[in-house]
Design a protein around this ligand. Structure first.
Ligand code: DQA
Length: 148
């Protein structure tokens, strides 16, 4: 079983970027935590993608329909959450593969432009405001949903 973990723009700067909002945990730390969670399950492989480019994220989501090797998606689209019809459409196109959206911060309690997620309706659920722990909660929820 393979889970694709996608992080959008500026999330490569986790740990140094606005630490009062996003904390001091780096993206590498998050990935290592997810690898530790995956290791608790038999046959769970993770693929990580961080990109600052909308098209790169859309291309990877599209390729799921072609190579069919991904069973679930954890995605933090970052700022694209609030703007990207293209990523929302790409998630819908591969909706047979369940996706869970993660936000480190509580987007509902921040500026009003962050309140709407265009991408969350294309996902089976969303976790927001629980810090970087949200990623491992999302991975566990996804694996449970996939029968693990
Ligand atoms: C974020 C919230 C977004 O509004 C913001 O643009 C991000 C990070 C989060 O994880 O809290 O880059 O997705």
């Amino acid at each position: 079983m393979k889970i694709l973990v996608i992080n959008g723009p500026n999330l490569g700067l986790l740990g140094v970027r606005e630490p009062d909002i996003y904390g001091r945990t780096t993206l590498k730390d998050v990935e290592n935590e997810l690898l530790a969670v995956a290791a608790e399950y038999a046959d769970c492989e993770l693929e990580f993608l961080q990109s600052n480019h909308e098209g790169v994220i859309v291309d990877r989501l599209n390729s799921i329909l072609v190579d069919d090797a991904v069973d679930g998606i954890v995605i933090n689209p970052a700022a694209y959450t609030h703007t990207s019809v293209a990523i929302a459409d790409a998630l819908r196109a591969c909706s047979k593969v369940p996706a869970i959206e993660v936000h480190i911060s509580n987007i509902s309690s921040r500026e009003s432009f962050r309140h709407e997620s265009l991408t969350a309706p294309a996902c089976v659920g969303m976790i927001a405001g629980l810090g970087t722990d949200g990623y491992s909660f999302a991975l566990r929820a996804l694996l449970k949903r996939l029968g693990k």
